[in-house]
Design a protein around this ligand. Sequence first.
Ligand SMILES: Nc1nc2c(ncn2[C@@H]2O[C@H](COP(=O)(O)OP(=O)(O)OP(=O)(O)O)[C@@H](O)[C@H]2O)c(=O)[nH]1
Ligand SMILES: [Mg+2]
Length: 423
Amino acid sequence: MGFSCGIVGLPNAGKSTLFCALSGSAAEVAPYPFTTLDKNVGMAPVKDARLLEVAKIARSRKTTPAMVQFRDIAGLVKGASKGEGLGNQFLAHVRETDAIVHVIRCFDEPDVAHVYGSVDPRRDAEIVNTEMLLSDLAMVERRLAKALSARKAHTREAEVEASSLEWLKELLSSGVMPRRALSQYRRTPGSPAISDRASTDKVTGHGKSADKSAIARAGVISGDISEIQGIRGVGSVPDEIAKRAFSLAAEMGLLTAKPTFYLANVPEEYAGDPTFAPGASVVRDIAEEEGAPFIGISAKIEAEIQDLPPSDREAFRRDMGLAPSLLDTVVSLGYGLLDLITFFTANENEARAWALKDGSTVYEAAGKIHSDMQRGFVKADVINSEDLIRAGSVAKARDQGLMRLEGKEYVVQDGDVIYIRFA
Ligand SMILES: Nc1nc2c(ncn2[C@@H]2O[C@H](COP(=O)(O)OP(=O)(O)OP(=O)(O)O)[C@@H](O)[C@H]2O)c(=O)[nH]1
Ligand SMILES: [Mg+2]
């Protein structure tokens, strides 16, 4: 799978409308709060023109794109973490996802009730973020209680775990979302990224963004965390504790530690120019303050387009001044946010696209395909899809010396076509 993405927001923000527009699947959409009582799960393919070309060259019988999963849950309201509304019980469905899209209502429509009576993007974003923070805090406190009794054994591991959870608790209780700490850290000029992977990349020269990808890996963070702007009142901790805290946050599925982007759901008349819609600039500011990506769309228009025959969609989008595809926009945001690249496998049976964390080795890529391939990994023949497409066939690519034999440590590049040799 490419990645999975949870859709959160207040009731009637347009989450299910967005879900339908993205996944093409039907979900109940209605003008009253708490329409979604359970969760909706849908999949959508990641479009990649290179896959079709690679499939043609390999004469593959079928092509399998990478897939993205969307999960739409009930709306969150104030007090959700204490059992208000329906939201909290469904947060578990979002804990398992890779990323979050936070939908904020910017459309004013008297027939669609707003649970707090008016359109106010900053207040709404704060309510939802606070509920996620409180839910995460409760989770951290439960785990901390266990860790504190384990600490009595005086092992180093138990000590690190308890201290990391204490620091996470402090962070969350001060209202700091761990994802914010991570993204601010990423933006701090000169912040060192020390991980084994980052240094390997530099030595082999393959790491086009070694530092970035190293930090993006959950739990790999370094530097003096206390220097990060915005974390006021939170004590500094040794690197080891901070690193463990971030990997625990990922492991526990803390919502406020997940890469997140904000989506302003604007009135239909602003569909072609969403940033000019009232409220959209507030959502953009919130996103900017957090270092998070932002997009503005009209979910209603997008869902309506999804109902048109496919052949009519493109012209309709063009006439409305919309980007060519909402799904493509969201997918590329997600790939960027999660530092994902694409690699391909291709034989006569199947040509397939896979998503992989930037900076991963071909050995790790083999593990994605099949555990046997990783276990028995010998070498990999690698060619970039662009070279392969230019050469026109695998044989010609070989003749031109474009196919390389790589070992375990090779860092996969975006667009690589990989043939694993395994024993
Ligand atoms: N005018 C207008 N209405 C919209 C827009 N987006 C959604 N709606 C309407 O708002 C209502 C709520 O939309 P849903 O997608 O069901 O909202 P939700 O966030 O899933 O709501 P819950 O499931 O109740 O949490 C529906 O009547 C939609 O048609 C929009 O951009 N403009
Ligand atoms: Mg819904």
